[in-house]
Design a protein around this ligand. Structure first.
Ligand code: ADP
Ligand code: ZN
Ligand code: ZN
Length: 802
């Protein structure tokens, strides 16, 4: 094959296709699908992905590929196909999708070095270039006309390796190894010759007489309680030898995790796992929705399914939400599968992530546990894909490419003829509806382990508190319960939805919230002109001075931050030790874990925080969970507000009484009669599903209708409105009669970083031409978009409607 079809790193509508490049003879046979190459493009040289190889091109006079960035492909051919499909699905550029599949390190600019892995001479003329050096830069190899085929062969033979230097820091970590460099009788002689004073050196030699195998310098010095200084003379005399060995930066040390064995399954678990195992055995793709209450043993079902996959010689991908990827979660997988597990977590450094990714690429592990992007793990023999807490919105990427990991999972599951398991205590309406229709197979775990009770949920009506003269953010009930726990030396988790941000207006007296009559969402308060607007349909009205329901003048917009709550808390109960966990206190790497460890050691009584404390935590001494203001979630300007409230209340309740001590939950709200609050307190998912589906049908939302959200932003407000209007007109003209196009309307976050944001929304049942039309619109604005003034974001499966 002499021609490579390349997608180049220029994310623009005009360049979103393959370009043909000639493969020069020096790279003949060395270019493969899925490798990155450097190609000339206009006056520049840029990176590109090789999608295909061919012998024919419609163009003559092709330019040559300038260089190869990889020696082996970084994307498998399955991932290349997936990338093409995904870019169509999400209307993203090919290049952005391929980049999203790779670890950070491979996206950065870096230099390459070739490192010798042998003390022998290198084969195939390579030694001429190396000239007895241990490593040379890749640039030198090219300058001296090194042959790529030889390089690839040496790498596959394991005598050479390629290292990437990011910001001049090594991506591959090396460790000093100390080996004995003499026959053992000679070492004994040396020992006899050493003076009695050289205590440490005598110890070192004795060590190697007993244990001649190589040992890491760090471990050696630690074991013998000595320093590099005592090692040095022995190295200089050549009795000992130092070598460098590649080590994986391993943030999760295996020895930390005690091994666990498969537990005998309960009847419910056995019933649930049966169809999964048979899908694995018969190699048929099937999506399962594992609906199991918190603590019902879903994870054990995952673990035993994975074991079956490993027994078959295949691989498993497990996704857990970013914030649930706690050491506790990792422990359960490492405990069962040990060093067969790679972990991909955004809290790892770029180098650490790269190491974990390479373990997958080199087939050194069978299981990957990770957040969203782990769905692109370059396994080639996938036997199961599991998405835990499938309702989590973090599975949807909120930047280009806007993909949902669930869709990718199902795509890969089909390709590999393997089961996909979506697990949750509170599945999304979309998934549960599909399970009811039989598209997914529903598996149910309705009981907690050992028949443990779900904690009792008390709903406190904050309107009553106000009427009783209590103006603080803590109800009498919550205050009493906190004090009781402090007395008993138990722990408390207090939950506040997001920090200090709110958009809606509510009457403190009667709980009335001003909503859009057409869209079933709260109107958004605009401080500037004191107006209330619906950001779906542009309905608007004046901010009232009195409640339209009860005439009270206590109507105002709603919101408190965690910091304020912390202050109020320490005023109310000065002796309580509080850990606050929000975006501000967890910005630094590792601080999240540190705070949790402190709380786990009972160095604080109360953990106060936002969303990030809602899931995955498992602390035995937590017997009280308080939700300070359920309303702040319930009235988000989002048609999923009720669903999110139900999910969150269920999740936080699951944090209490996980072990022997019984738990209790206090939910404070101004709208205690709301069905999502009521039904969450009864743990009644089925009823909630029924009621919420009715609302969705009435107001034409998913899963009955599909949505497309188009957000336009520009520094100039007039231009934003103009463009959004034109888009609405074009959509109206080209979409079918059935499609409903709402807008243009200001986004709830109307101005971000000096850019104005407007949006429009399409509600539709079936619009096969929609993608084509939107693509045309995007390419129409391409020039203005390239200048970076205009930004048009298209979300074909919007979850964040802000
Ligand atoms: P979920 O993932 O549904 O929230 P977990 O998997 O965390 O539930 O299970 C809750 C607890 O029950 C865990 O401590 C787990 O070790 C234990 N468990 C799960 N399955 C079994 C079983 N078959 N026998 C005994 N204990 C189990
Ligand atoms: Zn009122
Ligand atoms: Zn509206």
């Amino acid at each position: 094959m002499r021609i490579a079809k390349v997608v180049v790193d220029v994310p623009a509508s005009q360049t979103n296709r393959v370009f043909d490049y000639n493969i020069p003879s020096k790279f003949a046979g060395s270019v493969h699908k899925g490798m990155r190459v450097i190609v000339p493009f206009g006056p520049r040289k840029i990176m590109g992905f090789v999608l295909d190889l061919t012998d024919e091109s419609d163009f003559d006079r092709l330019k040559d590929i300038s260089d190869l960035m990889d020696v082996t492909p970084v994307l498998t051919s399955e991932l290349l196909d997936l990338g093409k499909w995904l870019s169509e699905q999400t209307l993203s550029f090919y290049i952005s999708v391929f980049q999203a599949m790779l670890p950070q390190v491979l996206k950065a600019k870096y230099k390459k070095e070739l490192h010798k892995l042998t003390s022998e001479e290198l084969p195939y003329q390579l030694e001429e270039i190396f000239a007895f050096r241990d490593y040379i830069s890749y640039d030198e190899f090219i300058e001296r006309d090194g042959h790529h085929g030889n390089l690839q062969k040496a790498i596959s033979d394991g005598v050479l390796e390629i290292n990437y230097l990011v910001n001049s820091r090594e991506t591959v970590k090396k460790e000093s190894m100390i080996t004995v460099n003499r026959e053992s009788y000679l070492v004994e002689e040396e020992l006899a010759n050493l003076s009695k004073q050289a205590v440490k050196q005598r110890q070192l030699l004795s060590h190697f007489i007993k244990y001649p195998e190589p040992i890491s310098q760090k471990t050696l010095l630690e074991q013998l309680k000595t320093t590099r200084a005592s090692l040095k003379p022995l190295l200089e005399q050549g009795i000992l030898k130092e070598t460098k060995q590649e080590v994986y930066r391993n943030p999760y040390r295996e020895d930390k995790y005690p091994e666990t064995k498969a537990l005998p399954l309960t009847n419910q678990q056995s019933e649930a796992i049966e169809p999964i195992l048979s899908s694995i055995k018969q190699k048929v793709h099937q999506v399962f929705l594992l609906h199991g209450v918190t603590g019902s043993g879903k994870t054990e079902v995952y673990l035993q399914s994975i074991q079956e996959v490993i027994n078959k010689g295949k691989e498993a991908i497990v996704l857990v939400p970013e914030i649930a990827l706690t050491p506790q979660m990792v422990e359960r997988f490492k405990g069962r599968f040990g060093s067969n597990v790679a972990v991909l977590h955004s809290a790892l450094s770029a180098g650490e992530k790269f190491d974990e990714w390479r373990k997958i690429q080199r087939k050194q592990v069978k299981v990957v546990v990770g957040a969203r992007s782990a769905i692109f793990a370059p396994f080639e023999n996938v036997g199961i894909i599991i998405i835990d807490e499938e309702h989590e919105t973090s599975y949807k990427q909120e930047e280009h490419p806007r993909y949902h990991a669930r869709d990718v999972a199902i795509y890969r599951g089909e390709k590999h003829d393997c089961p996909v398991i979506l697990g949750s205590a509170t599945p999304t309406l979309e998934s549960f509806a599909r399970a009811q229709k039989g598209i997914y197979k529903l598996l149910t775990l309705s009981k907690r382990m050992n028949d443990a009770k779900m904690p009792k949920v008390n709903i406190v009506d904050m309107r009553d508190e106000l009427h009783k003269g209590n103006r603080s953010m803590f109800s009498t009930k919550l205050k009493e319960e906190i004090e009781l726990r402090l007395k008993k030396q138990e722990q408390i988790v207090l939950f506040l939805n997001r920090r200090g941000y709110s958009t809606f207006v509510m009457c403190r007296d009667c709980g009335h919230v001003i909503e859009c009559p057409h869209c079933d969402i709260a109107l958004t308060y605009h401080r500037k002109n004191e107006r209330l607007k619906c950001h779906y349909c542009a309905h608007e009205k004046q901010m009232p001075s009195h409640c339209p329901d009860c005439e009270s003048d206590t109507i105002r917009y709603f919101g408190t931050g965690t910091q304020k709550v912390e202050e109020a808390l320490s005023e109310m109960i000065p002796e309580a030790r509080v850990i606050r966990m929000d975006v501000d206190t967890t910005r630094r790497k590792g601080s999240h874990e540190k705070l949790l460890t402190q709380f786990g050691r009972h160095e604080a009584d109360i953990l106060l925080g936002t969303q990030m404390i809602a899931k995955g935590l498992d602390f035995g001494k937590v017997t009280l969970v308080g939700v300070l203001a359920a309303d702040s979630l319930l009235h988000l300007p989002d048609f999923r507000a009720s669903e999110k409230t139900f999910q969150l209340l269920t999740q936080v309740s699951g944090r209490a009484g996980r072990h022997s001590l019984p738990g209790e939950v206090v939910v404070q709200t101004y709208t205690p009669e709301h069905y999502s609050v009521q039904l969450a307190s009864e743990y009644n998912f089925e009823q909630f599903f029924k009621q919420e589906m009715n609302m969705r049908k009435t107001f034409q939302y998913p899963p009955y209708y599909f949505l497309t959200l188009i957000t336009v932003s520009h520094p100039n407000q007039v231009r934003v409105v103009e463009v959004t209007k034109t888009i609405v007109q074009l959509l109206n003209k080209h979409l079918s009669e059935q499609a409903r196009i709402l807008g243009p309307t200001p986004s709830p976050l109307t101005r971000v970083k000096d850019r104005y944001r407007y949006q429009c929304m399409v509600k539709y049942k079936n619009e096969p031409n929609q993608r084509k039309i939107i693509k045309k619109i995007l390419s129409f604005y391409d020039a203005e978009i390239q200048k970076k003034d205009l930004l048009i974001q298209v979300d074909l499966q919007p979850y964040q409607l802000m």
